[in-house]
Design a protein around this ligand. Structure first.
Ligand code: DP6
Length: 360
């Protein structure tokens, strides 16, 4: 499947060497992407909040070479990471037709995260989007005149080929990925800004990420997606994502936080229910994940505050709440929830506007 819109015209000339730097955020899905077809096409539409503080910064240095094939090294926080190479090699193979200069350079990819790698916080989303943005930035030097809109579209398109959810990290504050009948402009190929009215209740919405378990996941998202093939509940799940999206469109417009909570928590638990009913089955939640969920429910019942949770493919809990209830909820988090985190670690985050170039 080749999408000709993203194949560039031949470059007039190549730069000899240089570097580009981008910072790109993570995102947290409200309606989850879980299950995909060939070419990184999602099995259902998803929507996410772009985060503000959880970011990857990537420096892509390039130097012209004459040998054939791809040549690159990857560093995380200054340390060489041979383990990352296969995923990037696969990414390069998928995107070479759209980024024809890939084999003309030796690349040094230096990344650093503001959060732990492979902890259920979508480091692949911020990492792959940052790398995609660096590549499009370099391309914009080789073919000047690319519009900002096309730049973002191509970065999202490429990021998806690295990691599906990465295509939702280019812009903010809310991004839809996957074709949905009632969302104009939605596409399986790229993430687009949620195009409809959003109530002020969601302005600067808060996400406190509780780091329950920072260890490596036992089952990667890619393996989990694959287990949706032949999953006994797959079709109903994909239909449910479409109808939850319909419901969410209305809830975002009216600002009905009770209905928002019900959709978001149902999505999180359905995601994990899919994992628990795969063949082979697996569980990524930990006892502390459930402790936190139960405490959130009890606190919400007692106070009537609009606190809820969502989960990624991991044990960590994203605690979501509106800005005007932040004071009381943050106190509760510190007093009652942080004790369930590994080394009492958590990250205070909120809605963000997307990726940014870093001047060098
Ligand atoms: C549970 O985007 O990490 O976070 O496309 O295989 O790289 P790949 O998967 P990935 O899956 C993320 C799944 C999720 C839900 C979501 O972000 O929508």
């Amino acid at each position: 499947m080749i999408v000709s819109e993203f194949i560039p015209k031949p470059y007039k000339s190549l730069l000899d060497s240089g570097s580009v730097v981008y910072s790109s955020p993570s995102n947290i899905a409200l309606i989850k992407y879980w299950g995909k077809k060939a070419h990184q096409i999602p099995a259902n539409p998803s929507i996410s909040f772009t985060l503000n503080n959880c970011k990857t910064q990537t420096t892509l240095s390039f130097e012209k070479k004459t040998t054939a094939g791809f040549s690159f090294n990857v560093f995380l926080e200054g340390d060489l990471q041979p383990d990352f190479k296969p995923k990037i090699e696969q990414f390069f193979k998928r995107i070479e037709v759209y980024i024809p200069f890939l084999s003309a350079y030796h690349f040094t990819i230096e990344t650093s995260n503001t959060f732990p790698h492979s902890s259920g916080i979508a480091s692949s989303a911020s990492g792959m989007s940052a790398l995609a943005l660096c590549l499009v930035q370099l391309e914009s030097y080789l073919s000047p005149g690319i519009s900002k809109a096309f730049f973002n579209k191509k970065a999202s398109f490429l990021a998806r080929l690295g990691s599906g959810s990465a295509c939702r990290s280019i812009e903010g504050p809310m991004i839809v990925w996957g074709a949905h009948a009632n969302i104009t402009g939605s596409s399986d190929l790229i993430g687009v800004k949620f195009p409809y009215e959003v109530h002020s209740n969601y302005n600067n919405f808060q996400d406190t990420i509780l780091l329950v378990d920072k260890g490596e996941k036992q089952v990667s998202s890619t393996v989990g997606h694959d287990l949706m093939h032949g999953h006994p509940f797959a079709e109903q799940r994909f239909e449910q994502a479409h109808s939850n999206m319909d419901a969410l469109i209305g809830v975002l417009k009216t600002g009905d936080l009770k209905a928002f909570i019900s959709i978001v928590e149902r999505e999180a638990l359905t995601l994990h229910a899919m994992m628990m009913s795969s063949d082979p089955y697996f569980i990524l939640m930990k006892p502390n994940t459930l402790e936190i969920i139960n405490k959130i429910w009890a606190f919400r019942k007692k106070t009537g505050l609009h606190i809820c949770f969502t989960l990624d493919a991991g044990a960590n809990v994203h605690v979501l709440f509106p800005e005007n209830e932040a004071k009381e909820i943050q106190e509760f988090i510190k007093k009652a929830l942080v004790m369930h985190c590994q080394n009492e670690q958590f990250i205070q985050d909120s809605l963000g506007d997307g990726a940014q170039p870093i001047k060098i």
